[in-house]
Structures are given as C-alpha cells and as structure tokens.
Design a protein around this ligand. Sequence first.
Ligand code: HEC
Ligand code: HEC
Length: 327
Amino acid sequence: MTANLLILLVVVLLALLCAWLTVAAVRNRKLWVKIAGGVGAGLLTLILAAIAFFGGNGLRMTYSPGAAPAPDLKVAATPAQIARGDYLVNLSCIGCHSPVGPDGRPTEQHPLSGGWNIAVAEGFGFVGDMVAENLTPGGKLASYSDGELFRVLRNSIDQQGDRLAFMAFLPYNQLSNEDLEAIIAYLRSLPPAPTPGPTGDRLSFLGAVMFGAGMFGPPSAPAPAVVAAPPAGVTAEYGKYVATYAECRGCHGPDAAGSPATSVSPAVPNPRPLVGTLSQEQFFTMMRTGVKPNGVAFPETMPWKIASRLTDDDLAALYRYLTAPVN
Ligand code: HEC
Ligand code: HEC
C-alpha cells in the first residue's frame, strides 16, 4: 500500500506541475506557445488528473472499504456441519485453493494449502498478485476468529479490514449463514498444512486505477447480515442456490446466462440454449462425463470434474434452474 500511495502522490504532483505549465503556456506572449503548449500541457493535466482520481478511488475502495465489524460468532462444529462444509468446500473452494500442479493450475486435490496466483495465471498479473490463501489451520486463518472468517466469506473483507480483490467477485455473499458456518466448521477440522509461499493480494497502481475506474465491473453491493437459503429440493429456485455454491454463476454470470468479456477475463457462454435441448438424463451424463451430447468434450476451462461431485438432487435442481426462464 505504501508504494501505491507514493505513486499516487507523484501522479498528483505531476498533474499540478502540468496544470502550472498549462497556465504558463496560455499566458505566454508567443501565439504558437499559447496554442501548442496550452493544448499539450492541458491534455496531459487532464490525463494525469484522471489517473490520480481513479487510482485514489481504487486505493480507497481497497484499503478503506467501510467494512462492517466482524460478527461475534462461535461455530459449534457439529458432525453435520462438518459434513455439509466438506461437500461445499470440495465443490467450490478447492478449484482455486488447492496446491498448484505442474501445469500451473490448481490440482483440485487436498491439502487446501493455497499458493495459486490467479492474476498471473489468467493473464492479468499487471493488476498485481492475487494468491489464493492456505485454508487449513496451518496458515494465517489459525489467527482468524470464526467471526472474521465469516466476514471474509460474506463481505470479502480480511482481518485488517481491507477488501479482498478477487474473492469480492465470487458470489459467496449469497450463501446462507448456515452454509458459511458449515464451511468454517469444515476448514477448522482440516489437518494443518504449511503455506507454500507468499499469499494474498499485492495490488499494483495500474490495478488500483483500473479497479477505481470500474473496469472490473461494479463491486458487489453490501451484503446483508443474515442470508437464508431457499428450501432444499428439486426446484429451479434451489437450483439457483446450487449454481451459487457449485460456482456456475461465478463464471457463467449472475443469471447463469453467460457473461461478457471484461478487461481481465474472456467471455463465458450461456449454457441455457444447450441445456434447454437436453433431457435431464442427458444433462446428468454430460455433467458427469465432461462430454457434450454432440461428442465434444468440455475444455479445461469448464471445471466439470468438480461439478460431477454434485448429488443427484442438486444436479436435478440445477437442471430445473437452467431450463427455467431467467428471472
Ligand atoms: C476462483 C478462485 C477462488 C475460489 C473459487 C475461492 N477463492 Fe478464496 N481466494 C482466492 C484468491 C485469489 C484469494 C486471495 C485474496 C483475493 O485476491 O481475494 C483468496 C483468499 C481467500 C481467503 C483469505 C482471506 C484473507 O483474509 O486474506 C479465504 C479465507 C478464502 N479465500 C476462502 C475461500 C473459501 C472458503 C472458498 C470457497 C467457499 C473460496 N475461498 C473460493 C480465490 C478463490
Ligand atoms: C471456472 C469457470 C466455470 C465454472 C465454474 C463453470 N463453467 Fe461452465 N463453462 C465455462 C467455460 C469457459 C465454458 C465454455 C467452454 C468452451 O469454450 O466451449 C463453459 C461451458 C459450459 C457449458 C457448455 C455450453 C455450450 O453451449 O457448449 C455448459 C452446459 C456449462 N458450462 C454448464 C456449467 C454448469 C452447470 C456449471 C456449474 C456446475 C458450470 N458450467 C461451471 C466456465 C465455467
């Protein structure tokens, strides 16, 4: 953060210098200096001012996000909670928080020791490093209270009160209080594993400027303190909830109807036109074998192996959701 604040200060000073040069040029008696100097220095002033404004905004949103205090919470960690957490974490978190394999991607295997730099791996390292955390008690979460861990998942705010650059784009703020507590219970039950290297965010100034200018899309709205899940069952409504913890909505957009390309991620297609032509049985086969009915396999970018761990009921609910009208 200190380096970013220094850069911000330099940009502000340069903007002031250019503003002063603009005024000096306009006051100059020679006409060509008035025009060329005034326009050139004036433009530069505007550009630098915009960079300073957006960079300052991005830094404010990151380091002073107006975080709610962590709730006062002690998770009971019953066997039922741990079992539910096991299911959820192995559907979602493991896709990013597992160790990095030889291909540079998370292995989707235990231990959940973190270390994957998603920003660099996915080609947007220019915004800084975003390294997935060690989720076992062998890492920094050992010093987090249950309430602080709850706030990470509900509000994407870390222990210091800073905003988590990447987690904030995942839809975990829509998971119920019960499910978040189950996740916490399960993570606490894991055997401790050492952290492989530095983890967490190191936002670059360019990242702060892009973030402050809204180039990564709008930040998620403040989450309520209490979120309830819809009643579990084979319904489109519950299927939408399944699509939240099974990550479909994280990639395929909030309505699982496709998401456009942004400055840091490629477009993800709308799965509904294809799923709409399939029977539930064909959908199950596709999701569990990774092969579409036309014989084409899902590419690496579609994490079907994780999705194949969904229970039959959850997959059936997902089918209802993806074949229901978008609401
Ligand atoms: C798509 C990738 C991805 C998924 C999926 C994901 N995370 Fe993360 N997580 C990250 C990254 C990257 C960071 C580093 C901080 C940042 O940039 O948000 C992180 C950081 C964290 C942290 C550290 C917070 C802190 O205070 O520093 C916790 C705790 C965490 N994640 C928990 C989870 C849990 C629990 C799940 C599943 C419910 C999950 N994450 C799913 C990518 C992911
Ligand atoms: C990490 C991001 C990611 C997640 C999570 C994800 N998908 Fe995908 N999915 C993709 C990408 C990328 C493609 C397109 C691959 C390609 O180029 O064909 C895709 C393709 C698909 C397709 C094929 C669309 C077509 O017309 O060919 C379906 C169906 C689908 N996903 C359903 C799902 C469901 C259901 C879930 C949740 C269980 C899910 N996806 C989770 C990224 C993701």
